[in-house]
Design a protein around this ligand. Structure first.
Ligand code: MCA
Ligand code: AMP
Length: 484
């Protein structure tokens, strides 16, 4: 035993010869290859000066090396901090300051983040260097409550917060989901998600590792790639946009998907209509589950029991759920407790305090109700959040940037229904005087500061924002009146 909790739990039990990963255009990796490459990368990280407890930031295109670097960072006793590949230099600069890392892993071609690292005096290294052949180093001992990762989630104040995740948080979720979703060595997961978020990095990867299963690893989601590779797979995890796009493609028929065992959806609400349409077209009832960066997965529809459209199912084993201050319909704030829940936000005790109740429950900011069978439905959000194609956008972060532009008096950012992405980002802007600026100028200016998926797809110019008697902007009015 190496006594590195995550390494021991997820990387020790598979046979060397068992296949782990196949990615188009690269050599397949067995579990033996994976272990060897992870141990070599641990040595490279140590040579680059990474010590236990250090943060390692990583902004790289999706590749098998990304998974090796996640496991090697955790194996080195350090804390893995994956970053969306769309983040701009300005966004990276904030993460460099806040996470205070000893290393930033960047593709050789990425310049904007390299400039930010130079300014902050952080060493930069390429994934190729860290995954080159070399001597192996043993995993560094780490206990269950040591940190394995920090994932940044935007916040209602407009500043991102780093959700800390321990070895134990990740292990508990991996074990629970592997069992619940019946993953075994016979499975091949079609992996088309990004690996800088919980869904693609932890849920998908750790479940595969936990089961000793295999994954077919695609660089990105695309219908052609799905149609080509799905015949060799048994399961897929995706955001609802994956499924609505599959519905528009005649290749995904009942016959073509007859060999598939399981389709899982999460990260954003799956419309009941999409669930029903997918079942009609393919014969598969999508299994919807619910989670958060801070909590990993919280609930899941059952594998064997009814998968009820419009619900996110039952709490995972060992996870407790409650509805705080329910109204007369039983709807209230969803609160969670369990081994999956973050110990708090990185160097941010105020936000940590605000996010837990006095009796230790994590406040999700989602509104829900639990039916007589114990199934949870999410009926709304207390937090001001837009989820677009599974990516979260906190309006405040965008409003702050728009408000700072010349010619803008104030703005409000909100989500509007979008057939492909679920929700799309929209903005209402009040100018200092008519014609003071325009949509193209605003969008171009935002491009320097915000990742593309956060930039409003439509901007309305208004003479004033609708407010309630308390002076709060009524985003529902904007959504209803100007959403289309
Ligand atoms: C890409 N673009 C987007 C999005 N994705 N804009 C808004 N919302 C999006 N989700 C923009 C790009 O910046 C680009 O803009 C243009 O769309 C085309 O980019 P492309 O990559 O071709 O986009 P796509 O193929 O249409 O991507 C849609 C997608 C992708 C496949 C749905 O967004 C995706 O893989 N989403 C998964 C997100 C995810 O993994 N979420 C999990 C979070 P321009 O043209 O201006 O350059 S973890 C989580 O939520 C919790 C914990 C949980 O429960 O799982
Ligand atoms: P994040 O942690 O930032 O990736 O986003 C977590 C949020 O995504 C949750 O608080 C929910 O609002 C939303 N979410 C995740 N899964 C689902 C789901 N199955 N249905 C509805 N909302 C979801």
């Amino acid at each position: 035993m190496t006594e590195n909790a995550l390494f021991d739990a997820l990387l020790q039990s598979q046979a060397d010869a068992d296949p782990f990963l196949e990615a188009p255009g690269t050599s397949p990796l067995s579990y033996g290859d994976l272990r060897c490459k992870v141990l070599q990368a641990i040595a490279h990280l140590q040579n680059a000066g990474v010590a236990p407890g250090d943060r390692v930031l990583c902004q790289i295109e999706k590749s098998p090396e990304g998974l090796i670097l996640y496991l090697a960072t955790v194996g080195a006793g350090a804390i893995f901090v994956p970053l969306n590949t769309g983040y701009t230099g300005a966004e990276i600069d904030y993460f460099l300051q806040d996470a205070d890392p000893s290393l930033l892993i960047l593709d050789a071609s990425t310049q904007h983040a390299r400039d930010a690292a130079t300014v902050r005096g952080v060493a930069v290294v390429s994934p190729a260097t860290l995954t080159a052949e070399g001597p192996e180093a043993a995993p560094v001992p780490r206990a269950s409550d040591d940190l394995a990762a920090i994932l940044y989630t935007s916040g209602t104040t407009g500043r991102s917060k780093g959700a800390m995740l321990t070895h134990g948080n990740l292990i508990s979720n991996a074990h629970a989901l592997t069992g619940l979703w019946r993953f075994t060595t016979d499975d091949t997961l079609l992996h088309a998600l990004p690996i800088f978020h919980t869904h693609g990095l932890f849920v998908a990867t750790n479940v595969v590792l936990g089961a000793g299963a295999r994954m077919l690893f695609l660089p990105a989601f695309g219908l052609d790639a799905l149609a080509e590779h799905m015949p060799r797979c048994t399961a897929m995890m995706g955001v609802p946009t994956f499924y609505t796009r599959m519905l528009s493609d005649p290749r995904f028929t009942r016959a073509a998907l007859a060999h598939m065992r399981l389709f899982i959806s999460g990260s954003a609400p799956l419309l009941s209509e999409s669930h029903a349409a997918f079942e009609r077209q393919t014969g598969h009832a999508i299994l919807e589950r619910y989670g958060m960066t801070e909590t990993n997965m919280i609930t899941s529809n059952p594998y064997d029991g009814p998968r009820i459209a419009g619900t996110v199912g039952l709490p995972l084993p060992d996870v407790s759920l409650r509805i705080a201050s329910p109204d007369e319909h039983g709807i209230g704030g969803i609160e969670v407790k369990g081994p999956n829940v973050t110990p708090g936000y990185w160097r941010n005790p105020e936000k940590t305090d605000e996010s837990f109740t006095e009796d230790g429950w994590f406040i999700t900011g989602d509104l829900g109700e639990i039916d007589a069978r114990g199934y949870l439905s999410i009926v709304g959000r207390q937090k001001d959040l837009v989820i677009s194609g599974g990516f979260n956008i906190y309006p405040k972060e965008v409003e702050v940037q728009i408000d700072a532009l010349p010619g803008v008096q104030e703005s409000a950012v909100y989500g509007v229904a979008h057939p492909d992405l679920g929700e799309a980002v929209a903005a209402a802007v009040v100018l200092t005087e008519p014609g003071a600026t325009d949509e193209a100028t605003i969008v171009a200016a935002l491009d320097d500061h915000l990742a593309r998926y956060k930039i409003p797809r439509t901007i309305r110019f208004l003479t004033g924002l609708p407010r309630n008697t308390m002076g709060k902007v009524q985003k529902n009015v904007l959504r209803d009146g100007y959403g289309a």
